[in-house]
Ligand binder design. Structure first.
Ligand code: ASP
Length: 335
């Protein structure tokens, strides 16, 4: 009888440990992307448009997954995914960026490597085809973290990054939104809230965890439609729009940048994960729904923690998004 008891206890402890191991086992790699959060309603997208978005999200995931699956670094995966999304005019980053109040495209991007917390970013650039490449170059090939405007452009040109004429970024769809919004802004009977609704949608971001356990995060955007006079949002700001640390998690944000800056959103989520040992999904929800949501700050974020857990949290009607881990890939648009 005593032996039976012992055997039973041994079995119980084996089941318990193996369940726990299963729970804590991190996937070989993980990847999560966003294509912007905002008032994205099924009623506003035609079937073709919806299909096009799903197709792009899926292709972006495939690009990143191929790199990670073959043992590539999270940094390479993040860059490749964001380059693809920047080149896709569906999104508000690179080609397809929104227009400023003065009718220009001013682009911001940033990247961070969680292994050593190195980071790079560019802001307000108008002639760099893929701002995320310039952000990575600032991180790896300069002693600085952030470069802006014509200085960032000179640096990018000097090291051989592809430059384009500003007209490369033009799309009719974004130009029409710029004009439409300008008319609304100049019409005193239109409320500020309905104007704000139109200003954002389409920033892109990516977070990856590679086979070596390194986390990287990156974000790229055209900012907010009709932004005035060299306004810079959260996307190129480390700790606000982008953050990565192997000790906690990687985060990329999208939404009303002014709020994301004031609330240091990306770093705030990482701090909850690191110092409070919070689950990344709970931490993301806490910041997006409680801290930010309660003050009227709209947007969302994606993240991956060191165990490979994935967060995709937003307080808007939709966020273009998707993730993959070995054997599983999913994309979403609405809530
Ligand atoms: N966060 C970006 C900005 O404020 C915009 C966006 O994500 O839609 O510039």
């Amino acid at each position: 009888m005593k032996h039976l008891h012992l055997l039973f206890l041994c079995c119980l402890s084996w089941v318990f440990t193996s369940c726990k191991e299963k729970q804590n086992k991190r996937p070989e790699y993980a990847l999560v992307i966003h294509g912007g959060a905002g008032v994205i309603l099924a009623s506003d997208l035609s079937d073709e448009e919806e299909k096009a978005y799903y197709f792009s999200l899926d292709t972006a995931l495939q690009i990143g997954e191929n790199i990670l699956k073959n043992g590539g670094s999270s940094l390479d995966a993040v860059e490749a995914v964001i380059v693809f999304l920047e080149n896709d005019s569906l999104f508000n980053a690179g080609k397809g960026a929104v227009f400023t109040y003065e009718g220009k495209n001013e682009l911001d991007a940033s990247v961070m490597f969680g292994k050593d917390k190195t980071a790079g970013s560019v802001a307000g650039v108008t002639t760099i085809k893929n701002p995320i490449k310039a952000a990575r170059a600032v991180m790896e090939r300069s002693p600085h973290v952030m470069m802006v405007g014509t200085g960032a452009e000179s640096f990018a040109k000097e090291i051989g990054i592809e430059m384009v004429d500003p007209s490369y970024f033009f799309t009719t769809r974004r130009w029409n939104s710029h004009i439409e919004l300008k008319n609304k802004e100049n019409n005193p009977s239109v409320t500020k809230d309905s104007i704000d609704v139109d200003k954002k949608k389409g920033t892109v971001g990516c977070v990856a965890l590679d086979k070596n356990g390194n986390i990287s995060a990156g974000t790229s955007t055209g900012g907010m439609t009709n932004k005035k006079y060299n306004r810079v949002g959260d996307s190129p700001l480390i700790g606000a729009g982008t953050y990565a640390d192997n000790q906690s998690c990687g985060i990329s944000c999208t939404g009303h940048g002014e709020y994301f800056i004031r609330f240091s959103v990306a770093k705030d989520v990482a701090a909850l994960v690191e110092y409070k040992n919070m689950d990344i999904r709970a931490a993301a929800d806490e910041v997006i729904h409680q801290k930010l949501g309660k003050t009227g700050g709209e947007g969302g974020l994606i993240g991956i923690d060191k165990q490979g857990n994935i967060a995709m949290s937003f307080n808007t009607p939709g966020m273009y998004r998707g993730y993959c881990i070995p054997g599983k890939k999913e994309t979403f648009i609405y809530k």
